[in-house]
Design a protein around this ligand. Structure first.
Ligand SMILES: [Zn+2]
Ligand SMILES: [Zn+2]
Length: 117
């Protein structure tokens, strides 16, 4: 490698791991609808290729997994910026909804407990 081509990569994923994950992905975004789009035009897969116009990031397949877990053996996927942010947003929304549901249940529990006492 001459080093002339310096691919974009997030700092938390090592170059070797990045290379491996990208090669496995075929240097193409691996999103198959997780972002909320059907990607119908490209046979159900995003199809954005890594290059000068688009830079793909290697991230944990499960967006809720911690960064530490992501670099220590979690499944990694290559994603374009658009899919990555959409998937992360969807995961964040789901987590917030789950937290809100739990909070509602706790309120209800307090109410019932208070009346019973
Ligand atoms: Zn994509
Ligand atoms: Zn997508």
């Amino acid at each position: 490698m001459s080093g002339a081509f310096e691919p974009f990569r997030p700092p938390m994923v090592g170059a070797e791991m990045w290379q491996t994950a990208m090669a496995a992905a075929g240097w193409v975004c691996e999103c198959t609808g997780q972002c909320g789009k059907t990607h119908a035009k490209t046979a159900g897969r995003c199809g954005v290729a890594h290059g000068s116009a688009h830079t793909l990031a290697v991230v944990a397949a499960d967006p809720t997994v911690s960064l530490r877990a992501a670099v220590t053996g979690a499944e990694l996927v290559a994603l374009c910026a658009g899919c990555q942010s959409a998937i992360k947003r969807a995961a964040t929304n789901a987590a917030e909804q789950a937290a809100a549901a739990r909070a509602d249940q706790l309120d209800l529990f307090d109410l019932i407990g208070g009346e019973a006492a």
